[in-house]
Design a protein around this ligand. Structure first.
Ligand code: 2AM
Length: 191
């Protein structure tokens, strides 16, 4: 997105919408995409399913930043990568519906300590580097469907276990065909 710098009508800067996230491997992605499909096929929910390649878990939503800040964001990630959490497993055990914003999502019963550590280290480091973040409580969720209306939601027969081994910085762009997410950097978790 191009915007004009306030007070400098002639100078245009590019802004990017970015967030830190984890992306599932192919197996977990297929299982999660399959869940949304099953909800629709069983006529339990109607709505817009998240495309399989877009299924992810947001760690920290940074929002609109000037493109020139991308380097600073990557430096924050580089600095914490050795002190951040170890690799962890994330068991997706439940499907729920937020009626207010009409989102169907998958989530966990107990947030893994590795995820808590990673999110808090990243949040603290971004704040210390001058990025202003929302103060909302962190509710880890994997969005499966938007604009969703649901009759009821099934319990999962067994958890979907996601082995989290890396995290990334992602650019989000809205297109006529829905959001397009592009990785801008990747960082491994200690094994
Ligand atoms: P959602 O799936 O619940 O909409 C890219 O937009 C990612 O950032 C999505 O995972 C989205 O969550 C999340 N996101 C979007 N806006 C956000 C906000 N204002 N605060 C926190 N997360 C946000």
């Amino acid at each position: 997105m191009m915007r004009t710098t306030e007070g400098n009508p002639g100078i245009k800067t590019e802004t990017l919408r970015v967030f830190f996230a984890i992306w599932p491997d192919d197996g977990v992605r297929k299982q999660l995409a399959g869940l949304a499909e099953q909800l629709r096929e069983a006529a339990l929910c109607s709505g817009r399913e998240t495309k399989a390649e877009n299924i992810h878990l947001t760690l920290v939503f940074v929002g609109e930043v000037d493109a020139s800040k991308l380097g600073a964001l990557c430096r924050v990630a580089d600095e914490i990568k050795d002190s951040s959490a170890c690799a962890f497993d994330f068991a997706l055990e439940k499907i729920r519906h937020w009626k207010r914003n009409r989102i169907v999502y998958a989530s966990t019963v107990e947030i893994p300590q590795g995820l808590i550590n990673l999110v808090s280290t990243l949040t603290d480091a971004l704040s210390a580097a001058g990025f202003s973040l929302e103060q909302r409580a962190y509710k880890p969720h994997v969005t499966l469907m938007r604009d969703a209306l649901c009759q009821s939601l099934p319990e999962l027969a067994e958890p979907i276990t996601w082995r989290v081994r890396e995290w990334m910085l992602v650019k989000s762009e809205q297109t006529g065909d829905g959001p397009v997410y592009t990785p801008m950097g990747r960082w491994p978790l200690k094994s």
